[in-house]
Design a protein around this ligand. Structure first.
Ligand SMILES: Cc1cc2nc3c(=O)[nH]c(=O)nc-3n(C[C@H](O)[C@H](O)[C@H](O)COP(=O)(O)OP(=O)(O)OC[C@H]3O[C@@H](n4cnc5c(N)ncnc54)[C@H](O)[C@@H]3O)c2cc1C
Ligand SMILES: *[C@@H]1O[C@H](CO)[C@@H](O)[C@H](O)[C@H]1NC(C)=O
Ligand SMILES: *[C@@H]1O[C@H](CO)[C@@H](O)[C@H](O)[C@H]1NC(C)=O
Length: 612
C-alpha cells in the first residue's frame, strides 16, 4: 500500500517536473527567423517605429504585461512574452526607444551611447540564437578586425603597447607571445575564463530555483562540491591577478575593461567573463546600435504589442493586497493610468523601489533589504567628436584603444575618485576610445565623408551634482566650461595616438552623469545602474537579488538582475520572462539550438552528397 502511494507520488512529481520543464509551448522557433531584409535608411520610416509618442488611445486593449523602460533587457522580456502570444506594452521616458542602445544624430554625425562592441555572436552561440529570435533574423552584426583592442600603458619613454586579438586559440597565443616570461599565468587565467564561462548558468540558476533551495545548496556546501564557480565569483579580481603573476602590466590586462569599481572590489568571474566575451570575436550591429530596438519593436508589434516613448512612468499602482496592477504615465502634467496584470520594471532597482512604488511600500523592511543589497554605480563622461574626413584620411580603424597612465588600476582609481571637483579634469588616469563610423561598413553610405569618435571615462556624480536641477541643454556656461576641461584633456590624449584627428575636428559634445540621468533615466547618472561590486556578486547575494519582488505581480528585468553589458541585461530580460511565466525559457533555447545544429549537419550532409 505505502509503496503504491510512494510510486504514485513519484510519478506525479516526475510528470509535474517534466511538464514544468518541457511541457509548455516554446516562444522560440526555427520558422520565425527570416533572411534579413534591406537596411531601412529612411529616417521618417525609422522614426515611425522608434519614436511613437504615448497617447492613451494607442494603448492596446486587454494588456497582458507592461514593461517600464525600453533598454535591451525590457525589450527582450517583452519580445519573449509577445512570441508566446502575450500583448505587451513597453513604456519609455525618452523620446525614442532603446535605452543604452539608442543613437542620436547631430550635424550629420551619428553616435551610439552605450554600445561600443559586443561578443559571443559567432554562429549558433546562445547569444546569437536569442538575438535572432527576438529580431526574427533581421539584425545583422559585423565582426571587427581580429585585433579588436589596443592597450597603451604608461607615458613618456616608458610607454608600452599591447594588442588583444580574438580567436578561439589566437587570443591566448597572442597574449603569451607578448608575455613570454608569463605563459603559465596566461594559461591559468584562460582556464579560469573557461570555468567562468561554462559555469555561469549555475549562477543564473540560483535565481530560477526556489530561494530556500538555492540558499540550502550554498549554505550546506553542496554547491561548492558541484563547482568552484560559487566561491570564485566572490573572490576579488586583484587577489586572482596577484596569485597568477607579479607582472603588473599583465595584471592590468586581466582587468582592463573598466566599469566603475577597481579590480580589488570586482568579482574575478565578472572580469574573466568580460575578456572571454570577445574571445570568439568582437562585433558591432550593422547599421548602428539603434537597429536593435528598431527590429525588436517590430516583433513586439507583430504580436499586438506596442512600444511607446515620451512615456515616463511615475508610479507603479499597488492594490490593498500588495499586488501591482498598473502604472501611471505622466502626460502633459496629468497622470494617465494604464492597467495590466503583470508589471516588469527594466529601469533599475533604485528607480523601481525608491521612486515608483507608493511610499508606504517603499519603507517596508523587505523592500529596504532588496535596495540595501546594492549601491548606485559610478557615472560616466563621454566625449562625442565629429570629423569632416574619411577613415583613410584620419588613419583610424575599427580597433578600440584603452589608455592607462600606470599599470596599477586599484591605486589609479582610488586616487582619481577621491579627488575634488577642480582637480579631476586635469588628472584623468585612464580612458577608452572608439570610432563608431569605422566599425560599421554602412556608415560610409549613411554618413559619407564623415567620421566619428567616442571617448569614455568613469567619473563621480558629485563633481556634477551642483547642476542637477538645471534644465538639460541649458545648464549654464560654468557647466559647459567644466565639462569641456575634461574633453580638452581627453582629446589631447587621444591625439597622441592618432595625430591626424586634431585638424579635422568639427564637432564636439560632452555627456555627463546628468545627461545619463536625463536621457537614460539612470539613477544618479550611473553608467551601469547598480554598482558592479564584489558584494553584489557573492553567491548568496546572487540568490537574493531575483526577478520577483516583495510586490506581487511586479518583476525586475535588465542589468540589475544579473550583470551589466548588452548580454548581461539581455539575460536579465530572459531570467525575468522565465520567472514571470514559470517556464525556464533557456530550456526552449537549448532545444532550438540543438535543432539548428541538426539542421546544419543535415545541410552539410546534403552538400557532401551533391559533391559526390
Ligand atoms: C557609455 C557606455 C558604454 C557601454 N558600452 C558597452 C559595450 O561596449 N558593450 C556592452 O555589452 N555593454 C556596454 N554598455 C552597457 C550596456 O549598454 C548596458 O548594461 C545595457 O544596455 C543596459 O540595458 P538595460 O535594458 O538594463 O537598461 P537601459 O538600456 O538603461 O534601459 C533602461 C530604460 O528605462 C528607461 N526608463 C528609466 N526610468 C523610466 C521611467 N520612469 N519610465 C519609463 N522609462 C524609464 C530609460 O530611459 C531607459 O531607456 C555600455 C554602457 C554605457 C553607459
Ligand atoms: C588600426 O590602427 C592602429 C594604429 O595605426 C594599428 O596599430 C592597428 O593595427 C590597426 N588595426 C587594424 C585592424 O588595422
Ligand atoms: C581581496 O582578496 C584577498 C584574498 O582573499 C584579500 O586578502 C584582500 O583583502 C581582498 N581585497 C579587498 C579590497 O577586499
Amino acid at each position: 500500500m505505502w509503496l503504491l502511494v510512494l510510486l504514485v507520488w513519484f510519478l506525479l512529481w516526475a510528470g509535474g517536473t517534466y511538464w514544468y520543464l518541457f511541457g509548455k509551448p516554446s516562444p522560440f522557433s526555427l520558422e520565425s527567423v527570416r533572411p534579413p531584409g534591406p537596411l531601412e535608411l529612411d529616417q521618417k520610416k525609422r522614426s515611425k517605429i522608434l519614436k511613437q509618442g504615448f497617447r492613451k488611445e494607442k494603448v492596446p486593449e486587454n494588456l497582458d504585461a507592461i514593461v517600464i523602460g525600453s533598454g535591451i533587457g525590457g525589450m527582450t522580456a517583452a519580445a519573449t512574452l509577445a512570441k508566446l502570444g502575450k500583448r505587451v506594452l513597453v513604456l519609455e521616458q525618452h523620446d525614442q526607444a532603446g535605452g543604452c542602445c539608442h543613437t542620436f544624430t547631430e550635424k550629420g554625425f551619428e553616435f551610439d551611447v552605450g554600445l561600443h562592441y559586443i561578443g559571443q555572436l559567432h554562429e549558433n552561440s546562445l547569444f546569437k540564437v536569442i538575438m535572432d529570435q527576438i529580431t526574427e533574423g533581421q539584425l545583422q552584426f559585423v565582426e571587427l578586425d581580429k585585433h579588436f583592442d589596443t592597450l597603451v600603458i604608461g607615458s613618456g619613454e616608458k610607454i608600452r603597447k599591447y594588442t588583444i586579438y580574438s580567436g578561439k586559440t589566437e587570443m591566448e597565443e597572442h597574449l603569451k607571445a607578448q608575455f613570454p616570461d608569463d605563459t603559465k599565468a596566461v594559461e591559468e587565467f584562460f582556464k579560469i575564463m573557461k570555468i567562468s564561462a561554462s559555469k555561469t548558468h549555475l549562477l543564473a540558476a540560483l535565481k530560477l530555483i526556489p530561494q530556500w533551495m538555492a540558499l540550502f545548496l550554498l549554505k550546506s556546501g553542496i554547491a561548492d562540491l558541484c563547482s568552484s564557480i560559487f566561491r570564485l565569483v566572490g573572490t576579488n579580481a586583484t587577489a586572482l591577478a596577484n596569485s597568477l603573476t607579479s607582472n603588473k602590466d599583465l595584471q592590468l590586462i586581466f582587468n582592463y575593461f573598466f566599469y566603475g569599481v577597481p579590480p580589488k572590489q570586482s568579482s574575478s568571474v565578472i572580469n574573466a567573463l568580460l575578456l572571454h566575451h570577445y574571445k570568439r570575436g568582437a562585433y558591432y550591429p550593422k547599421g548602428g546600435a539603434s537597429e536593435i530596438p528598431f527590429h525588436i519593436t517590430k516583433v513586439i508589434q507583430k504580436y499586438g504589442g506596442r512600444v511607446l516613448v515620451r512615456a515616463p512612468v511615475n508610479r507603479v499602482l499597488v492594490d490593498n493586497n500588495g499586488a501591482a496592477y498598473g502604472v501611471t504615465v505622466k502626460k502633459d502634467q496629468e497622470d494617465v493610468e494604464v492597467r495590466a496584470p503583470v508589471i516588469i520594471s527594466n529601469c533599475g532597482v533604485f528607480n523601481t523601489f525608491q521612486k515608483l512604488l507608493p511610499t508606504h511600500i517603499q519603507t517596508k523592511p523587505e523592500i529596504q533589504k532588496r535596495v540595501n543589497m546594492m549601491r548606485p554605480g559610478r557615472g560616466c563622461l563621454l566625449v562625442f567628436s565629429g570629423f569632416d574626413a574619411t577613415q583613410e584620411e584620419l588613419g583610424i580603424n575599427s580597433t578600440n584603444t584603452w589608455l592607462f597612465k600606470s599599470n596599477d588600476m586599484d591605486a589609479m582609481m582610488d586616487e582619481f575618485f577621491s579627488m575634488g571637483k577642480d582637480e579631476a579634469p586635469d588628472n584623468i588616469p585612464m580612458m577608452h576610445f572608439t570610432f563608431p563610423s569605422a566599425k560599421d561598413p554602412t556608415s560610409k553610405i549613411r554618413h559619407p565623408g564623415k567620421s566619428c569618435m567616442t571617448m569614455l571615462i568613469i567619473v563621480n556624480y558629485e563633481w556634477f551634482e551642483e547642476w542637477k536641477d538645471t534644465p538639460a541643454r541649458k545648464r549654464g556656461d560654468d557647466y559647459l566650461a567644466y565639462k569641456m576641461r575634461f574633453a580638452k584633456n581627453l582629446f589631447e590624449w587621444a591625439c597622441s595616438q592618432f595625430p591626424k584627428l586634431r585638424d579635422k575636428l568639427v564637432f564636439q559634445e560632452v555627456s555627463t552623469p546628468l545627461s545619463n540621468a536625463h536621457y537614460l533615466g539612470s539613477h544618479l547618472g550611473a553608467m551601469c545602474s547598480a554598482d558592479q561590486n564584489l558584494e553584489r556578486f557573492q553567491a548568496e547575494a546572487i540568490v537574493r537579488n531575483r526577478c520577483d519582488t516583495p510586490v506581487k505581480n511586479l518583476f525586475l528585468s535588465g542589468q540589475d538582475v544579473f550583470s551589466c553589458g548588452i548580454a548581461g541585461a539581455l539575460h536579465g530580460g530572459l531570467l525575468c520572462a522565465s520567472t514571470m511565466l514559470k517556464q525556464i525559457v533557456y530550456i526552449d533555447l537549448m532545444m532550438l539550438k540543438k535543432k539548428l545544429k541538426r539542421k546544419k549537419t543535415r545541410g552539410t550532409d546534403e552538400h557532401v552528397k551533391k559533391l559526390l
